[in-house]
Design a protein around this ligand. Structure first.
Ligand SMILES: [Mg+2]
Ligand SMILES: [Zn+2]
Length: 164
């Protein structure tokens, strides 16, 4: 049985700084996130990041810079034998046109479920904004709302125990 944990990025994986993260040097992975991702890896779960990066549409940073942030994150994770399996981001912003992939829409969650062959009831989503939970619910995935930068290790234990 394949299982997947969906994680929002800013405020869940890396420190939410209250503004767009435009440079890789400002991308600080939270220590509990490294531990939490490893926890899911070790329990046999797929780990997926779904993130809105509307700053790309706004011209504040490039997709290449985002990819750089994610490479740095994967390097840090590799240091403890952990990894994120799949990263989907929406590069659009409603000020510059409509898309189907920006949370609270569920398209990226549904895409990941299909690609990894995961049943929605074998997945969960941890996010720090109501739109994260909305995107999960739209794909019939249980969503959990935390505070930005909150330590979600206890929640990870709860989810792993609940879906086993
Ligand atoms: Mg967030
Ligand atoms: Zn989009």
């Amino acid at each position: 049985m394949n299982k997947a944990i969906f994680l929002d990025r800013d405020g869940v994986i890396n420190e939410e700084i209250g503004e767009y993260i435009t440079r890789a040097v400002d991308f600080n992975v939270l220590p509990h996130a490294i531990e939490g991702i490893k926890k899911f890896n070790d329990a046999g779960w797929q780990v997926v990041i779904i993130t809105n990066q509307g700053g790309i549409a706004k011209g504040l940073y490039t997709a290449a810079e985002v990819d750089k942030m994610h490479r740095l994150m994967q390097q840090q994770l590799a240091g403890v034998n952990a990894r994120v399996d799949l990263i989907y981001y929406c590069p659009h912003h409603p000020d510059y046109g409509k898309c189907l992939c920006r949370k609270p829409d569920s398209l990226l969650v549904q895409k990941a479920l299909a690609r990894l062959r995961i049943m929605p009831n074998h997945a969960a989503f941890i996010g720090d904004k109501p739109r994260d939970v909305e995107a999960a619910i739209g794909a019939a995935v249980q969503g959990y709302l935390i505070e930005p930068n909150e330590n979600w290790l206890p929640l990870a234990d709860e989810i792993i125990q609940k879906i086993s």
